[in-house]
Design a protein around this ligand. Structure first.
Ligand code: ZLS
Ligand code: CA
Ligand code: ZN
Length: 380
C-alpha cells in the first residue's frame, strides 16, 4: 500500500495558501502560479501531506513587507493606480488583478515558515510559492515583486547568528545578494547561468564576492558560481557538494534557506541546463544531511509538469520518503490532464536536451579552486 509515515525525530511543515495559485500574470507570461496547484496535487496523491504539519499561511501585513521594502513601493503595489512611477513594472513584471494579494500571500507563507523554524516547532519548513529572489527594496524585477526570501531571513536573524542562503535557480539570486551584500551574518551562494550580455539578470560573476572595502564585514561573504549552458547532474553535484560542504564547514550556519528554482532542470522553457529531477533533488538531500534548521522555497520553473515533479520529489526528500516513493504511477492517483496525456513518470529523462555541456572539468575545477581560496578568509 501507498503508506507514508511521519519522519522520525524531526518535523516538516508545509506553508501555503491556495489563493496564491489563482493569480494570472497574463496568457503569454512564462510564470504560471497554477504550477503550485499541480505540485500540491502530486504531493497529496502520494499521501505526503500526512507526513507534514500543514499550515494555511496568512497574508503578510504591510508592516511586515516594509521590514525590507520601501514604504512608497509597498503603497504602490497596494494601489498601483495612484502613482506614475514605474517601480520596475513592465512586460516581465506586469500589474495584474489581485497583484497585492498575490505578493502578500507568498511572502506571508515564507515569513510564517521562518517563524516556525525560530520557535523550533519545525525543522524543515517548505513554501513552494516563495523563492522570488530578484525583488529589490523599491523595485520589482524578473517576475518578482516582493522579496519573501529577504523577509524570511530577517525573521531567522532575530534568533540565529548566521544564515546560509543557497540558490539553485538557473538565474542569479541578485535581490537577496544585494540585500545582505554588507553583512557577515548572511552568506549568499548562487549557482546560475552567467552571461553578462544575454542572460538575465547579467550579474553574478565568480569575482563578485562582496564589498571590496577591507573594513566592510560583508567582504568575501558572497559566493557566485557562474555556469555555462548544458551542465549535467554529475558536474553539478560535484560542484554543489564541494562548495556547499566547504562553506558549511567554515561558516557553520545556524539556519539555511534553500531556494529550489526548478528552471535549472533540462527542458525548462527559460532555462539552459540539463539537470534531471534526481540531480536537482540531490542538492536538497545534501543540504538536509547537515541537520541544520532549513527553510525550503520555490522560485523559477517554467515547464509546469516538471516543476510539480521536482518539488513533489523534493518534498518527499524532506520527509524522508524518497527511498520508498513509488517512481511509477500508482493507478489511483487523481492525475491531471497534463500528466495523463504523456503517461506518467516522476523522473522523465531531462538530461539529454538540445544543450551540450559547455562546462568542462577544467572550468569546474577553476571555480572550486577560486571558492576554496575565498573561504580561507572566512573565520568562525
Ligand atoms: O529567477 O531577460 C529579461 C529582460 C528582458 C527580456 C524580456 N523582455 C520581456 C523584458 C526585457 C531583458 N527578463 C527575463 C526575466 C527572467 C526572470 C526569472 C525569474 C526567476 O526564475 C525567479 C522567479 C525574462 N526571460 C524570459 C522573459 N523574461 C519573458 C519571456 C516571455 C514573455 C512574454 C511575457 C513577457 C513578455 C512576453 C515575457 C518575458
Ligand atoms: Ca541561482
Ligand atoms: Zn529563474
Amino acid at each position: 500500500e501507498n503508506q507514508i509515515a511521519r519522519p522520525k525525530g524531526y518535523t516538516v511543515s508545509w506553508h501555503s495558501n491556495p489563493d496564491v495559485e489563482d493569480h494570472h500574470f497574463g496568457q503569454t507570461h512564462p510564470m504560471k502560479p497554477w504550477r503550485l496547484t499541480l505540485t500540491k496535487e502530486l504531493v497529496m496523491s502520494y499521501g505526503m501531506h500526512l507526513a507534514m504539519d500543514l499550515y494555511l499561511s496568512r497574508a503578510a501585513t504591510q508592516e511586515e513587507l516594509k521590514a525590507f521594502h520601501k514604504d512608497e513601493y509597498i503603497d504602490f503595489l497596494h494601489e498601483p493606480g495612484y502613482s506614475s512611477a514605474v517601480y520596475g513594472v513592465g512586460d516581465d513584471c506586469p500589474i495584474f488583478d489581485g497583484l497585492y494579494d498575490y505578493c502578500s500571500l507568498y511572502a506571508g507563507a515564507s515569513i510564517d515558515a521562518a517563524r516556525k523554524l525560530c520557535s523550533k516547532q519545525s525543522d524543515i519548513a517548505i513554501n513552494w510559492s516563495g523563492g522570488l529572489h530578484h525583488a529589490k527594496k523599491g523595485e520589482a524585477s524578473g517576475f518578482c515583486y516582493v522579496n519573501d526570501i529577504v523577509l524570511a531571513i530577517l525573521q531567522l536573524l532575530r534568533v540565529h547568528a548566521r544564515v546560509l542562503y543557497i540558490d539553485i535557480d538557473v538565474h542569479h539570486g541578485d535581490g537577496v545578494e544585494q540585500a545582505f551584500w554588507s553583512s557577515d551574518r548572511v552568506m549568499c551562494v548562487s549557482f546560475h547561468k552567467y552571461d553578462r550580455e544575454v542572460f538575465f539578470p547579467g550579474t553574478g560573476p565568480l569575482e563578485s564576492t562582496g564589498p571590496i572595502h577591507p573594513n566592510n564585514p560583508g567582504k568575501n561573504y558572497t559566493i557566485n558560481v557562474p555556469l555555462n549552458d548544458g551542465i549535467d547532474d554529475s558536474s553539478y553535484q560535484h560542484l554543489f557538494e564541494t562548495i556547499i560542504g566547504d562553506t558549511i564547514d567554515v561558516y557553520r550556519p545556524d539556519a539555511i534557506v534553500l531556494q529550489c528554482g526548478a528552471d535549472s532542470l533540462g527542458h525548462d522553457r527559460l532555462g539552459c541546463f540539463n539537470l534531471n529531477i534526481k540531480g536537482h533533488g540531490q542538492c536538497v538531500t545534501f543540504v538536509k544531511s547537515f541537520r541544520i534548521p532549513l527553510l525550503v522555497v520555490g522560485g523559477g520553473g517554467y515547464t509546469p509538469r516538471n516543476v510539480a515533479r521536482a518539488w513533489a520529489h523534493e518534498t518527499s526528500i524532506c520527509i524522508g520518503a524518497d527511498k520508498t516513493l513509488n517512481p511509477a504511477l500508482p493507478e489511483f492517483m487523481p492525475l491531471r490532464e497534463a500528466f495523463r496525456k504523456e503517461g506518467f513518470t516522476l523522473f522523465p529523462n531531462l538530461g539529454s536536451w538540445r544543450k551540450d555541456n559547455l562546462n568542462d572539468q577544467k572550468y569546474i575545477q577553476k571555480i572550486i579552486e577560486h571558492v576554496k581560496e575565498q573561504l580561507r578568509y572566512i573565520k568562525h
